[in-house]
Design a protein. Structure first.
Length: 164
C-alpha cells in the first residue's frame, strides 16, 4: 500500500472531515509528534513483494493510520462497520480493539501523553488543542480530566463511552 492508497483509504472512512484530515497528515502540536508517527514499520512486513502483509491478522483488510512505540494503529476496513485496532509489531496476535471509534484510539494517545508518560501542564495543553481540533465531545469535561494528575479510571471510562 502506497501513501496515495493510504490517503485514499482514509478519505473513504466514514469520519468527520477534520478527523480524516488529521489521519492523513498526522499534524498535531509539536510535543505530541512522537505519538503519531507515519506508519513506516507496517509496510516493512512482507516487503518488497507484499508490503504490509500480516499473516497473523489474516482476514483483516488493514489500513495503517499511525505508529507509536513499535505499535501499529489501523482501521480494519474489511469489517462492517470498520473496526479500529492497534497491535505490537512483534506480536500482532495480541491486538487491542477500539471498536468502531477511531476517537477511542486517539484518546488512548492522549492518555499516554498526559497520564502514562508523566505529562505536565504543557502536555495537558497540547492534548486539549488536539482534542479541540478533532471536535472531541464535552471538551470542558475532558480538559478537567486531563488537568487531574490522578483522574480515576471510572471517570475516564465514563468519558470514553461518549466517543463514537
Amino acid at each position: 500500500m502506497s501513501d496515495i492508497e493510504r490517503t485514499t483509504g482514509i478519505r473513504k472512512l466514514e469520519l468527520p472531515e477534520k478527523v480524516k484530515a488529521f489521519l492523513v497528515t498526522l499534524e498535531c502540536p509539536d510535543g505530541m509528534r512522537y505519538l503519531f508517527q507515519e506508519p513506516y514499520y507496517f509496510y516493512s512486513r512482507g516487503a518488497p513483494e507484499d508490503p504490509g502483509h500480516w499473516p497473523e491478522l489474516a482476514g483483516r483488510a488493514l489500513l495503517p493510520l499511525w505508529e507509536h512505540s513499535e505499535r501499529v494503529f489501523a482501521a480494519d476496513v474489511g469489517a462492517s462497520p470498520t473496526e479500529y485496532i492497534s497491535f505490537p509489531l512483534e506480536n500482532p496476535n495480541e491486538y487491542d480493539s477500539y471498536g468502531v471509534s477511531v476517537m477511542k484510539a486517539i484518546f488512548h494517545m492522549l492518555e499516554l501523553h498526559v497520564w502514562e508518560y508523566g505529562g505536565g501542564e504543557q502536555e495537558v495543553l497540547e492534548s486539549e488543542i488536539l482534542a479541540g481540533r478533532l471536535e472531541f465531545p464535552n471538551l470542558s469535561e475532558l480538559g478537567n480530566m486531563l488537568a487531574e494528575p490522578m483522574c480515576s479510571q471510572e471517570r475516564i471510562d465514563r468519558y470514553i463511552e461518549q466517543l463514537v
